[in-house]
Design a binder for this molecule. Structure first.
Ligand code: IFM
Length: 467
C-alpha cells in the first residue's frame, strides 16, 4: 500500500463526534527525544534504571530513542500531515533543570521554546505534560517521590517551565500516570527507580498528588492570562470476576488503589475511607500533614484519561485462598477473554465507555480528554517501511467509537490523543513493543505513517467536515 495515498482506508466510521472535537497525538520526552546528555541535560531515574542489568528488554535505553531532539522540525511536519489539532508532549525535567534544583538550563528550555514555536507556526496546539516519569537522578538519591521535598522541587521546576512557555501554551498538565510512578516504580519495581517497598509507594502517591497541587498553585500565581490546568491518570475498570462477595471485595480494593486514591483527594479533598481503613489494618497510612488535602484538591480544569484496557478481579488465588502469605486479602487480576495486544493486554472498548461514564457520574463537572489510547501489535513493515496495521486501526476505531458512545450517554469527553505518534522506547519493554501510528526504523530513523495513521488522518478530516 502506498503510504502517501489519500484514499480513505476501510475502517469503522466514527459517528457522533462533533466537528469541534479535539484530536491529537501524544509522546513523552524520554521515550522519543534521545540526546540524553546534550546541552546540559543530566541523568534521570530512567537513564540509571535502563542501565541496570536485566531491567529493560534488550538492555535498551533512551540515549538516542527517536532522535526527536535533532529531528523536531520534521516531526512537527509529520504531525501536521495527520491533520490533528494538538500535540501532547512532555518536558524533560533534567534537561530543563539539571539535577532537579536551582536555576533553569537555558539550552534545555530553548528546545521546548523552539518546539512550541514550530507547533504554533504549523497551526498545532501544544499540550504540555510536565512530568512523564523522568525524575532527576539527584532527587531520587535524596529520597525520590517517597520524600516530601520532591513535591516542592516539582513545583519549582513547573514554575520554570511555565514562566518560559505560558505566553504561548494554553494547557499545562502536571503528572502523567502517577499510579505508574508510585506503584511500578516503588512497589513492583519494574519501572525506575526499581524499588520494592509498599510504604515507599504509598508515600510516593501522596507526594505526587501534593506536587500536582503545589505546581498548579504555583503556575496559577504566575500566569499573565488564564490557562487550562490538569493532570493525567491511567485508569481501567475493575469488575468482579464473579458475583461472589470475595470477588466483589477484590474489585472494590482494586478500584480503590487504582482510581479512587487519586481522584477522591484531587476532587473531594479526602482519601477514600475504606482504603484508609484497610491501609491502617496493615499498619500503613498516607503521610498527610495539615493543609495537604486542600492543596491536592486545588481546582483544575481538565482530567486527562489514559485508557488501555479493563480488568476483572478475583478475591481468591488459583488455589482458592482468600489471603496471601503475608495475610493480606488476595486481589487477583483476571483478564477478560478475547483478543489481546502485543503487550498481552485485552482489547476491551466497551470498558472504555464504562470508565468514561463512571468518571462523568462519580466525579461530575470535570471535562475529560483522552490523553492516551492505543496499542502495540507485532508490526510487519514492508520493504518501504509501511505497516498495514489493520489490528491497530481496528483498536483505534473501536475505542474512538467507545468515546462517541460515552458522549452520546452524557460524558463530557472533549478530545482524543492517540498513543503514540511514533514507535518509541516502551519503558521496561525497550524498543521491542511498538505503539506508534508512525513506524520508526531505528537504524535509519526513517518515519513511515502506518495504515492506522492514514485512517486516523481521514477520520479526523471526516469528523471535521461533519460526515
Ligand atoms: O508508553 C506508555 C506511556 O509512556 C504511558 N502510558 C502507557 C503507554 C503504553 O504503555
Amino acid at each position: 500500500m502506498n503510504p502517501t495515498s489519500t484514499a480513505p482506508l476501510a475502517a469503522v466510521p466514527v459517528a457522533g463526534l462533533p466537528p469541534t472535537f479535539q484530536w491529537g497525538v501524544a509522546t513523552s520526552a524520554y521515550q522519543i527525544e534521545g540526546a540524553a546528555f546534550e546541552d546540559g541535560r543530566t541523568a534521570s531515574i530512567w537513564d540509571t534504571f535502563s542501565r541496570t542489568p536485566g531491567a529493560v528488554v534488550g538492555g535498551d535505553n533512551g540515549d538516542v530513542a527517536c532522535d526527536h531532539y535533532h529531528r523536531m522540525p520534521q516531526d512537527v511536519a509529520l504531525i501536521k500531515s495527520l491533520g490533528v489539532d494538538s500535540y501532547r508532549f512532555s518536558v524533560s525535567w533534567p534537561r530543563v533543570q539539571p539535577g532537579g534544583r536551582g536555576p533553569a538550563n537555558p539550552a534545555g528550555l530553548d528546545f521546548y521554546d523552539r518546539l512550541v514555536d514550530e507547533l504554533l507556526a504549523n497551526g498545532i496546539d501544544p499540550w504540555v505534560t510536565l512530568y512523564h516519569w523522568d525524575l532527576p537522578q539527584e532527587l531520587e538519591d535524596a529520597g525520590g517521590w517517597p520524600v516530601r521535598d520532591t513535591a516542592y522541587r516539582f513545583a519549582d521546576y513547573a514554575s520554570l517551565v511555565f514562566s518560559r512557555l505560558e505566553d504561548r501554551v494554553q494547557t499545562f498538565t502536571t503528572l502523567n500516570e502517577p499510579w505508574c510512578s508510585a506503584w511500578l516504580g516503588y512497589q513492583v519495581g519494574v519501572h525506575a527507580p526499581g524499588r520494592q517497598n509498599f510504604d515507599d509507594a504509598l508515600f510516593a502517591v501522596h507526594h505526587l498528588l501534593l506536587g500536582h497541587g503545589l505546581a498548579t498553585q504555583a503556575m496559577r500565581s504566575l500566569e499573565t492570562r488564564p490557562h487550562t490546568y490538569g493532570i493525567t491518570l491511567n485508569m481501567g475498570t475493575a469488575d468482579p470476576a464473579s458475583d461472589s462477595s470475595e470477588d466483589r471485595e477484590a474489585a472494590r480494593r482494586a478500584d480503590g488503589m487504582g482510581l479512587r486514591i487519586y481522584l477522591d483527594p484531587l476532587r473531594y479533598g479526602r482519601y477514600p475511607a475504606d482504603m484508609v481503613d484497610e491501609l491502617a489494618a496493615r499498619g500503613s497510612a498516607f503521610p498527610v500533614r495539615d493543609g495537604d488535602l486542600e492543596i491536592i484538591s486545588t481546582p483544575f480544569d481538565v482530567l486527562g484519561v489514559n485508557f488501555y484496557f479493563g480488568q476483572n478481579f478475583a478475591g481468591t488465588d488459583e488455589q482458592g485462598n482468600t489471603h496471601d502469605a503475608a495475610g493480606e486479602p488476595v486481589v487477583r487480576a483476571v483478564l477478560p477473554d478475547g483478543a489481546r495486544t502485543a503487550m498481552d493486554w485485552p482489547i476491551t472498548p466497551s470498558r472504555f465507555t464504562q470508565l468514561l461514564l463512571r468518571l462523568h457520574n462519580d466525579y461530575p463537572g470535570l471535562p475529560l480528554v483522552v490523553t492516551e489510547n492505543g496499542a502495540a501489535f507485532p508490526d510487519q513493515p514492508d520493504e518501504s517501511g509501511f505497516v498495514a496495521d489493520g489490528d491497530r486501526t481496528e483498536y483505534l476505531s473501536s475505542h474512538i467509537a467507545a468515546v462517541a458512545d460515552a458522549r452520546a450517554q452524557g460524558a463530557d469527553v472533549r478530545g482524543y490523543f492517540a498513543w503514540s505518534l511514533l514507535d518509541n522506547f516502551e519503558w521496561a519493554e525497550g524498543y521491542a513493543k511498538r505503539f506508534g501510528i508512525v513506524h520508526v526504523d531505528y537504524e535509519t530513523q526513517a518515519r513511515t505513517p502506518k495504515q492506522s495513521a492514514l485512517w486516523f488522518r481521514d477520520t479526523i478530516a471526516r469528523t471535521r467536515s461533519g460526515q
